[in-house]
Design a protein around this ligand. Structure first.
Ligand code: GAR
Length: 220
């Protein structure tokens, strides 16, 4: 496919979302090509996943730099050398400065394991269970300087069940992360998203029409 978008993926760990993106990019007709996987942590499993798929990798350790911006400049230099047009954060656990975010403005995606704007930050599943909400989920959004904010591209919703633990819920959400991240990246690459007044306008997509109720209650 001639006009596949060139995508760099940043990771810090096991890389299951990276794997979902790799599996999607291997599909004929998928509109993105992963040109580089960069980890800020050496020896993580995500790097093995990239190597197994024949995708070039790099380790840029934050520990080798005096401050965040010089660390990010090194990442940027690699991405520019690879001709990356978009960047996906996939379990990348470093806070990014305005320098990095603004240099990829509108071209930087993140996945977060909650239904944003609820539960920004860490321990999202534990907090969702503690709050007693009936649904959890995940969000793919464009990155803005404020953490876990930014125009939302796609979300997936899962129920929270009566006996859920944070681990059980995390597994249920993760399964949907692997669906929604490749979908959101495809929408962006195909030009079906437009950022307007801080939100994403979608075009040429089907949206969900049915409501979900949890628990499934019958009044009869
Ligand atoms: C995923 O659940 C992702 O949503 C989360 O880290 C996990 C990475 O897993 N990201 C964040 O919490 C970012 N705020 P993975 O390495 O298997 O993709």
């Amino acid at each position: 496919m001639a006009d596949r978008k060139r995508v760099g993926v940043l990771i810090s760990g096991r890389g299951s979302n990276l794997q979902a993106l790799i599996d999607a990019h291997a599909q004929p007709g998928y509109p993105a090509e992963i040109v580089r996987v960069i980890s800020n942590v050496p020896d993580v499993f995500g790097l093995e996943r990239a190597k197994a798929a024949g995708i070039p990798t790099a380790v840029v350790s934050h520990k080798d730099f005096p401050d965040r911006e010089s660390f990010e400049r090194a990442i940027n230099a690699q991405l520019e050398a690879d001709g990356a047009e978009l960047v996906c954060l996939a379990g990348f656990m470093r806070v990014l400065t305005d320098y990095f975010v603004s240099s990829w403005n509108g071209r930087l995606l993140n996945i977060h394991p909650s239904l944003l704007p609820l539960f920004k930050g860490l321990h999202t599943h534990e907090r969702a269970i503690q709050e007693g909400v009936r649904f959890a989920g995940c969000t793919v959004h464009f990155v803005v300087p404020e953490m876990d904010s930014g125009p939302i591209i796609a979300q997936a919703v899962v129920p929270i069940l009566p006996d859920d633990t944070p681990d059980l819920l995390a597994a249920r959400v993760l399964e949907q992360e692997h669906v929604v991240y490749p979908l959101a990246l495809a929408l962006v690459c195909e030009g079906k998203t437009r950022i307007e007044h801080g939100t994403v306008r979608l075009s040429g997509v089907k949206t969900v029409m049915q409501a979900l109720v949890n628990p499934q209650a019958s009044l009869a």
